[in-house]
Design a protein around this ligand. Sequence first.
Ligand SMILES: N[C@@H](CCC(=O)N[C@@H](CS)C(=O)NCC(=O)O)C(=O)O
Length: 216
Amino acid sequence: MKLYTYWRSSAAYRVRIALALKCLESEIVAINLAKREQWKSEYAAVNPQSIVPTLQDNGLTISQSVAIFEYLEETYPTPSLLPGDPGGRARVRSVAQAVACEMHPRLASRTRDYLTRKFTASTRDEWYAHWANQGLNMLEDWLSKDPSTGKFCHGDTPTMADCFLVPQLYAAKRYDFLDLDAFPTLKSIDAHCARHQAFQKAAPDQQHDMATDCRP
Ligand SMILES: N[C@@H](CCC(=O)N[C@@H](CS)C(=O)NCC(=O)O)C(=O)O
């Protein structure tokens, strides 16, 4: 199994957490986004979308973290990262997709690059602050009021929802306009995840390509 990843990529971080929770080892291929390696023809041949992550396994090449997650869950079902009941599974997938489909694209680096080229820094930062706060407020409101939330997003064991939430919070910690104290439920889930070995192994600061990156 081979994972094309970048230490700081939140979408790749989701897959790293899922792999670690399932105790699956993969060969890591670092694609340095800061050096625009995603645009090189060698990587475009692997993933024509020129984004990370990409997983290769059993002769398959899979892109998009949700699809990769579902592939891992179906192919390596133990331990499962989805609840046993359809309602629980739907809830966990909803949280994951709220992150992957609603929050992440508006805050992705290529969105930021476009805004930087087209608008002033203050307009760009206003966009970022608006959508980052909107997304986290939405999740905080939802998870804090929902009785299915436990130590983790769904009950007291990690699921797909946590694999997606934690990287989004990691990205949010880099925004100085955000005060994470405003999101106590999310902060508490993040703290529980941070104590879990799999989340520690998948963390950006544990990735070997971090050391070779020139970005601050
Ligand atoms: N929807 C994709 C998002 C992947 C994505 O946006 N990856 C970012 C890093 S977090 C990337 O490769 N960015 C490179 C670029 O924007 O040029 C997924 O879930 O896998």
